[in-house]
Design a protein around this ligand. Sequence first.
Ligand code: FRU
Length: 493
Amino acid sequence: MQEQISRANSYIAQQAPQVNPRFRHGYHLMPPVGWMNDPNGFIYYEGYYHLFYQFYPYDSVWGPMHWGHARSKDLIHWEELPVALAPSEPYDQSGCFSGSALVIENQLVLMYTGHVDIAGQVTQTQCLAVSNDGISFRKYEGNPVISHAHIKGIADIADCRDPKILKHDGQYYSVVASKTVDNRGQILLFQSANGFDWEFKSVLLEGQAGQGIMWECPDLFPLDGKWVLIMSPIERERAGNAYWNLNSTVAYIGQMDWDSGHFQVENQHEIDGGLDFYAPQTCLNSENERIMVAWMQMWQRNMPPHELGDGWAGAMTLPRKLGVIDNRLCQSIPSPVLAQLRCDKSWQGQLGPGQEHYLSDWVKPQQVLKLKLDALPGAVFQLQYGGKANQPQGLTLTWQADQDHLSVSREGVGHRIIGKEEPYQDSRQLDLWSSDSYKLELEIVRDTSSIEVFVNQQQVMSFTFYAEGLGTGIGLVSSQLVKVENLTNYSLI
Ligand code: FRU
């Protein structure tokens, strides 16, 4: 594989300086050049968060998958490392698809999917790669370690991918995405005593009709006394305000029966309420905190940085800290990121019914805005982010307090992003979990081309937008009395 990796690394070194900087993020991980999708191999290892990703360096579209690699100490300053994996063997000749990482006997082990597509005949097997320094990897000579013989009669070899490896009670396990013969998602569980020799254990969870025609990128972990299974269903049917993207993400919260290998579901819900969030994966840091990161983009939509010839496409979300409260997966800004925030300015005030307030010069390409509101019944509060004096719109956040709804719209902001969804969508509405309908806390995390709205330190809505010349003002307006207890701008350093 060394040859393919050297070729990719020298191409990157040569081409990265040509990438157009206009839409590049300040603190979200992006490919140095070319295409990025799913996070892979997310692990806290020897003092660094290592984040690998699905990577095609040679064009800003999806292609034969490599694994890009970066590391960070604080989740916002990322150091690009050499490419970790490249297609090179008969069993992964068409791509090294998504997977995960675990330390086994002092070695950093990657488990990934070897993808082979010969004239439309697809085979997906699970393979290992091993490293002693966490930087350069060699593919295991016993590859593939999970192949056709392991899943015969249980799953189709053409759709069997994205292994997430974990250790529980002295045994290694791997959860793998697949589907049933009648196109329902299912997650398979494999077991190993040493991490290298694997056997099929069980179908961990099988989806029902309407819950997705294929499940991708599973992750299984214990958290706050529960077990959590997250994954990414393709074409999960809409339900109320949930699952409006063609590719969704879902969290199942419940118990694991390790004897039978079955997951017992107690609750399930969509993970992120925005338009750009897919294939999340988690790791445990040195403080025993569960941190999740996802691809901040969506399949089946156009990607402006590619179309405009900028030379790159795709980014990761801000990594988030997870917790389980009331059988729901809650997300908040993790402490290493909070530690980087510097208070810049703040505003307090009150908006009477129908009253508007305009804050000029508040919008920055990189910032975190914290907002605390206290409303009277009937309040419909709107925050227009990035408006201009003659065109107040920008990104629009609307809170309907009585309905416990928050919506975010990117309509009219920057280059149009159109997907295969019907009808065409440039906003989403989220049902809030809050216990007090008339109080709302937002943390608006903005980078050059994205906005992630953290709600009550529980829920998040993630959006990309590609706009040159976004305005610098914030407009606030409400239909009923709202106290703005605090609006504070933080810069990230
Ligand atoms: C999810 C996914 C995975 C696959 C990878 C290929 O976005 O389709 O199932 O391993 O992307 O790049």
